[in-house]
Design a protein around this ligand. Sequence first.
Ligand SMILES: Cc1cc2nc3c(=O)[nH]c(=O)nc-3n(C[C@H](O)[C@H](O)[C@H](O)COP(=O)(O)OP(=O)(O)OC[C@H]3O[C@@H](n4cnc5c(N)ncnc54)[C@H](O)[C@@H]3O)c2cc1C
Length: 308
Amino acid sequence: MIYDLIIIGGGPAGSAAAVYASRKRLKTLFITSEFGGQSIVSEKIHNWIGTIEIAGSKLAEDLKNHVMANASDVLEIKEGLEVNGVIKNGETFKVKTKSGEEFETKTILITTGSGRRKLEAKNADKLEHKGLTYCATCDGPMFSDMDVAVIGGGNAAFESASQLLAYCKSVTLVSRSRNFRADEITVDKVSKNPKLKIITNSDILEIKGENFVEGMIIKDRATGEEKEIKVSGIFVEIGQIPNTDFVKDIIPLDKGGKIKIDPWTGKTETPGIWAAGDCTNILYHQNNIAAGDAVKALEDIYLAIHTK
Ligand SMILES: Cc1cc2nc3c(=O)[nH]c(=O)nc-3n(C[C@H](O)[C@H](O)[C@H](O)COP(=O)(O)OP(=O)(O)OC[C@H]3O[C@@H](n4cnc5c(N)ncnc54)[C@H](O)[C@@H]3O)c2cc1C
């Protein structure tokens, strides 16, 4: 059996494309490790259009329900499968999963999004979810009236610091470089808060704590001086890594590992493969944008299949 289309990834992008694919009666296989995508961890999302406020977990449930409601003789859904390879097979492609299954298709839409870049420091793994977290929006309120740290120097780091400053006793922002990647206006605004302390040009060597975070050891990159900072919570904001490793041999990626696409159509540089959402080199990463861009790509896939 050869599918018209295989969609890989079940966040807002993949789910939107699946609904459209079914309604356009493309013979589609939809494969995702899980439904919902990155904002599943958010306590509240306020900008999912048409919905004033929604928990990330409810958004995931809604996306799943919407896709499931469109399951049919043309849309087949496989949840819980991870794709680990795509190979060209003459005029078609073979999509391989970690569990050893293989599926054949004429076209592919990749919507595998991205994940957080993990902090590489001693004990960072051990104390993840035990005071070390990757989501200020989700976990911040648990650290009310405590001293916390934010690791990073981009917009996400400053925005997390800004949120935490509203209820934490103090926030220490530690950045690896001397200059921040964040917008000047954001840095200026957040830096005015007297509860914020900024340390630049420093590496995080170790997270301290037996069962829960108690502090961290940092090292000044210029002087080599090491010191311990006592904090109860550490929020890591050092960037995103696109989930594109499984296609790196078949699709050109940019230097950050993102799939290069034509923004008009979602076409990648490999004929027959489209991509949309956070796994691509588009500038802005939002649920609505991911969903809209995937629909745009789906329209183009439909046209490509029917005008071939
Ligand atoms: C904490 C947090 C809060 C956020 N809050 C907001 C917000 O309030 N508003 C907003 O608009 N945006 C928010 N965002 C950004 C938003 O979540 C992303 O822009 C959006 O999720 C991107 O959607 P996507 O479908 O491209 O990718 P993702 O949401 O990353 O979804 C990718 C999907 O692909 C699946 N997948 C990955 N690899 C594979 C594989 N190899 N095989 C099979 N399946 C795979 C994953 O399981 C997942 O279902 C937030 C992001 C984070 C991290």
